[in-house]
Design a protein around this ligand. Structure first.
Ligand code: SAM
Length: 284
C-alpha cells in the first residue's frame, strides 16, 4: 500500500501500524528464490532495502541496529575469536563484528546471495569489510549450517534475520536454539534480533523460555530505537551459556579503539536496565 506514487509504506497488519518514506525512485526489484527484494532511493533516509514488503535497512538509520546486534554480545564474551552471523546479508553486522581486533573468523551465512549482491551495489559502505581476510561469506540455509556445526565452534552467534516467517521461521525454534547452544564455546553468547518490545511481547516471552529450556544460564533483552521498523522501538535478545548476561568487558568497551555512532559503554549499560514493563508484561 502507498500514500501515493511518491511514498513507500510498510503497512504492518500484525501491529496495525504503518511507516512511510518519501521516495525519489525505485532503483531495483527482483523476485529471488526466497523473497521479493526491492531497493528505493528516498528523499531523506538514503537508500532503502525492502524484503517481502518489510523494511530491512536504510542508509540513515542502519547503524543503530548493526551496532546493537554486534557490540553488546562481543563485549560480553571474554575473547570473541570465532563469530557466526546467521542472515545479515546486507553485511552491516559483519562490518561491526570485524571492528573487534580479537576476532579471527567471522562467518556470514545468509540463505539469499541476491541480498548481498544488492547491498554491494546500493550500500557499499556496509560491505567495505567483505574482503577482510577474516570474513567468510556463504549462501546457504543458516538452520542447516548450525545443525551441522561441530560442538563449541563459535564464541558468538548473531542471528540477524528477517521476521519469523518464510525461510526465517525455523530461526525462532527450540531446535535451532539447541543447535546454537551446542555450537557455542563454554563462555559463548547467542544474540538474536527480537522484534518490538511494544508489540511482540509473546514472541519475546517464548524466546526467553526457549533459551532457558535449552540450557542457557541467563538471558537479557536490550531495546534500542529503530525508526524504520514497526513501532520504531526494536530489540535484540542475548543468551549466555554460563554466567550473567549483564556482565560485560566494560573497561574494554570504554577504551575501544574503533568508532561507533550509537554504541558505547554507557549505551550498553543503559540497554541492560530493563523497563518495568518487561517484568510486568513480558515476565522477563
Ligand atoms: N535488519 C533486518 C531486520 O531485522 O529486519 C534483517 C536484515 S538481513 C537483510 C536479514 C537476512 O536474513 C536476509 O538477507 C535473509 O535472506 C536472511 N535469512 C532469512 N532466513 C534465513 C535462513 N534460514 N538462513 C540464513 N539467512 C536467512
Amino acid at each position: 500500500m502507498s500514500l501515493n506514487e511518491n511514498w513507500f509504506t510498510e503497512a504492518n497488519e500484525e501491529t496495525g501500524t504503518g511507516f512511510s518514506l518519501k521516495i525519489k525512485a525505485k532503483l531495483y526489484e527482483e523476485q529471488t528464490p526466497f523473497q521479493k527484494l526491492e531497493i528505493y532511493d528516498t528523499e531523506t533516509f538514503g537508500k532503502l532495502m525492502i524484503l517481502d514488503g518489510c523494511t530491512m535497512v536504510s542508509t540513515r538509520d542502519n547503524f543503530l541496529y548493526h551496532e546493537m546486534m554486534s557490540h553488546p554480545a562481543l563485549f560480553t564474551v571474554k575473547a570473541p575469536k570465532r563469530v557466526l552471523i546467521i542472515g545479515g546479508g546486507d553485511c552491516g553486522t559483519l562490518k561491526e563484528v570485524l571492528k573487534h581486533p580479537e576476532v579471527e573468523l567471522a562467518q556470514q551465512i545468509d540463505i539469499d546471495e541476491a541480498v548481498t549482491l544488492a547491498s554491494e551495489k546500493y550500500f557499499p559502505e556496509l560491505c567495505e569489510s567483505n574482503n577482510d581476510p577474516r570474513a567468510e561469506l556463504k549462501f546457504i540455509d543458516g538452520i542447516k549450517w548450525v545443525a551441522e556445526s561441530a560442538p563449541g565452534s563459535y564464541d558468538v552467534i548473531i542471528v540477524d534475520s528477517t521476521d519469523p516467517v518464510g525461510p526465517a521461521l525455523g530461526l525462532f525454534s527450540v531446535e535451532f536454539y539447541q543447535n546454537c547452544f551446542n555450537a557455542l564455546s563454554e563462555g559463548g553468547v547467542l544474540v538474536q534480533q527480537s522484534e518490538s518490545p511494544l508489540t511482540h511481547q509473546t514472541l519475546l516471552k517464548e524466546m526467553h523460555t526457549a533459551f532457558k529450556e535449552v540450557g542457557f544460564s541467563d538471558t537479557k533483552t536490550l531495546p534500542f530505537p529503530q525508526p524504520i521498523y514497526p513501532t520504531g522501538w526494536w530489540s535484540c535478545t542475548m543468551a549466555v551459556k554460563a554466567g550473567q548476561a549483564e556482565a560485560f568487558r566494560e573497561t574494554d568497551s570504554t577504551n575501544k579503539d574503533f568508532k561507533t555512532r550509537y554504541y558505547n559503554a554507557g549505551i550498553h549499560k543503559g540497554a541492560l536496565a530493563s523497563p518495568p514493563m518487561f517484568a510486568d508484561e513480558i515476565g522477563i
